[in-house]
Design a protein around this ligand. Structure first.
Ligand SMILES: [Zn+2]
Length: 297
């Protein structure tokens, strides 16, 4: 048990003032002496998520634990596993009612979308090394890149919950109303969300356009440049051979064209999957401390 030394006071000062935190569960390893670097990071992480927590949590809700990592759904792993660490940084917040996932950028500022799992919907939890697995309904969330001790701690906090059916819920990125579905607009505040279909069609037209539409700008630019290079290669292969050998020369560029078709189709499917991970707001963002607080009416 922490003895109320200096590190405890320091950590408490770092925590967001407007959010109730169960200190002993959040920081089980606080010792008198000096503040643990990772604990400091986690307190700061929570403070960066404060604008979202203020809107998403109920007045009496208490935060029990937080950590960050990369989220992964089983089927999603099969398609987009390799680039996931760049696009799926997530802050996980455990409260006395739910597990909240807040999509963030690499500096832990909230971005894009949020999801939640009410505690009574958790079917099972397990953890191994830097991984946490949370099963609910048909889906299994794989959360990785977590510190080993944190994975163990979180698993301990989640173990005692009941087993019922249900699954992850999407949160409206504006008013944070939870829904089991993936509507195109919020039933409560009317906020319109990005359409997975539109995102997919844009990526089919040219890889990266769908990501740009969703708000993943940097990632989109990389994709557009990559696909642009391939198209340039295709044209620079096609044109000289057709000029030299006539239309039959076009066969030389056939494999490249096939590759391009695969990339366009593949990116369309990926973008659709990414769009369906959460409700993406029109401006593609969640509230952060970097912008002024406005009432979520
Ligand atoms: Zn809403």
């Amino acid at each position: 048990m922490p003895t109320g030394g200096q590190p405890e006071e320091e950590l408490k000062a770092l925590l967001p003032a407007s959010i109730a935190v169960r200190f002993e569960e959040m920081f089980p390893d606080v010792r008198p002496g000096r503040i643990n670097r990772r604990d400091r990071k986690r307190a700061e992480m929570l403070r960066k998520a404060e604008p979202v927590l203020q809107r998403a949590l109920n007045p009496m809700e208490v935060v029990r634990f937080t950590t960050n990592g990369v989220r992964q759904l089983t089927w999603w792993l099969l398609t987009a596993g390799s680039m996931n660490p760049f696009a799926n940084r997530t802050t996980l917040v455990l409260t006395d009612r739910r597990v909240l996932l807040i999509h963030t950028d690499s500096r832990q500022q909230p971005r894009m979308f949020a999801n939640q799992l009410p505690l009574e919907r958790i079917r099972s939890t397990s953890g191994r090394n830097s991984y946490i697995f949370i099963r609910s309904g048909r889906e299994q969330l794989m959360f990785h890149g977590v510190k080993r001790s944190e994975a163990r701690q979180l698993k301990g906090l989640l173990e005692s919950t009941a087993t019922k059916k249900g699954g992850w819920q999407n949160l409206c990125p504006r008013c944070f109303t939870a829904t089991d579905d993936a509507p195109l607009s919020c039933a409560k505040c009317g906020e319109e969300f990005k359409s997975p279909k539109k995102a997919a069609l844009r990526s089919l037209l040219f890889p990266g356009l769908g990501d740009f539409y969703l708000g993943y700008r940097k990632y989109a630019m990389l994709e557009i440049m990559g696909a642009g290079l391939l198209w340039a290669l295709f044209v620079s292969t096609l044109v000289p051979t057709v000029m030299a050998k006539g239309v039959e020369g076009a066969i030389v560029a056939g494999p490249l064209l096939a590759l391009l078709a695969v990339i366009h189709t593949g990116d369309a499917l990926l973008t659709r999957a990414k769009a369906k991970t959460g409700l993406h707001s029109r401006d593609g963002n969640l509230p952060t401390g970097e912008q002024s607080l406005e009432p979520a009416s």
